[in-house]
Design a protein around this ligand. Structure first.
Ligand SMILES: [Zn+2]
Length: 74
């Protein structure tokens, strides 16, 4: 499992450019709780917090890149 705080989010529909943008990505958060200007997902996907739709739990299609990166880093 991922031990550090993380955020599950996907791009808001109005910002999504394709089906790939609609999958949920996993973003590691800084330990101090500060929200970075740009969130970087485990897969390398970047998103601005204002364009993100935070999710309480994975919904829809998870990003396979994020899943692989999270699995390999644990
Ligand atoms: Zn991802």
């Amino acid at each position: 499992m991922i031990s550090q705080p993380h955020l599950i989010a996907r791009v808001r529909p109005e910002f999504a450019r394709g089906e790939r943008d609609r999958c949920c990505h996993f973003f590691p958060l800084p330990a101090d709780g500060a929200m970075p200007v740009v969130l970087s997902a485990y897969c390398g996907f970047h998103i601005h917090p204002g364009e993100a739709e935070p999710l309480d739990a994975p919904a829809g299609m998870p990003c396979t890149g994020c899943l692989m990166a999270a699995a390999l880093s644990s």
